[in-house]
Design a protein around this ligand. Sequence first.
Ligand code: AHM
Ligand code: MG
Length: 344
Amino acid sequence: MAEFKKEIVTLSEFIIQRQADFNYAKGELSRILRQIAFAAKLVNREVNKAGLVDILGAVGSTNVQGETVQKLDEFANTKFIEALISGGECAGVASEENEEFIPINTDLNSNAKYVVMIDPLDGSSNIDVNVSIGTIFAVYRRVTTSGSVTEADFLQPGTKQVAAGYVIYGSSTMLVYTTGNGLNGFTLDPSIGEFCLSHPDMKTPSTGKVYSVNQGNFLHFPQGIKDYIKWCQEIDKSTKRPYSLRYIGSAVADFHRNILTGGIFLYPATTTAPKGKLRLLYECNPLAFIIEQAGGKATTGTQRILEVMPEKLHQRVPLILGSSEMVDLAVKFYKEHEEKVAQV
Ligand code: AHM
Ligand code: MG
């Protein structure tokens, strides 16, 4: 008889296979991941037809960051929150789109042990121009033991993440996630509507030839970061410089490319934004957990991102992340200058 071997592994199958990897393997975390994947498919559908239907354009309201909210952001925010509520395993959600965290107090969720932090649609300035955008999420075990969640459940350092991932809505749509046992990527096959394992056990090269930074802000950067960028631009055959500058302005897209090819992403503090731009809870922590799982590093310049103790939900931090050798060198440049200044 001919041998029958199924070659495609869907995300749902993979999650079930890997359930034993989870410390709290009662299927709760698996259900959260499946709910997120389901909402991602809904968002993907809307993103794909964004140019066709009247779902684009500013709604007119502004979000908590003072930015104009676009319709697709609201759609994504609603779909992810609805999916997490209906899954029954999530006790609360904090979203970049909402000023306050949202406690989930339904009968279904009364024993829920997890909270989720989400940036439902990151890179929103790219929606209108058909450039890749993404979703970023992080899952934590709640620290309070009963009743409604409190802010303490959300203000946990990134080291406490039990899962994190992102979805990139690009030339293909991918979901990449980790539960702390390596990093795996799944590509959406639109013909069957399933995320299929396409990038098992992802690892990022220890160095690369790409640096990603908003160079328009150069004059506002700390001197050590300027020095590192200048170094990236120098001609040196042995280190394959000058490096290429690649900057999409969608963190997920820049991050995803750099994971695959090797590279460094920087969103440093600037004179106009002394804490940087990116949010610790919704962007930096999940991306830091993911890059570490791929063998890379993430730092503020002075501290490992995952060890920053959050003080507020929408806190921003400077971010340097990517291939380990590149991050180490950028930090060296940064610290050298800071130390010089401190000695003066
Ligand atoms: P958003 O959460 O409002 O979409 O902003 C985050 C985005 C990131 O995806 C990206 O890396 C960064 O903002 C780009 O900012 P800038 O345009 O200042 O370079
Ligand atoms: Mg964002």
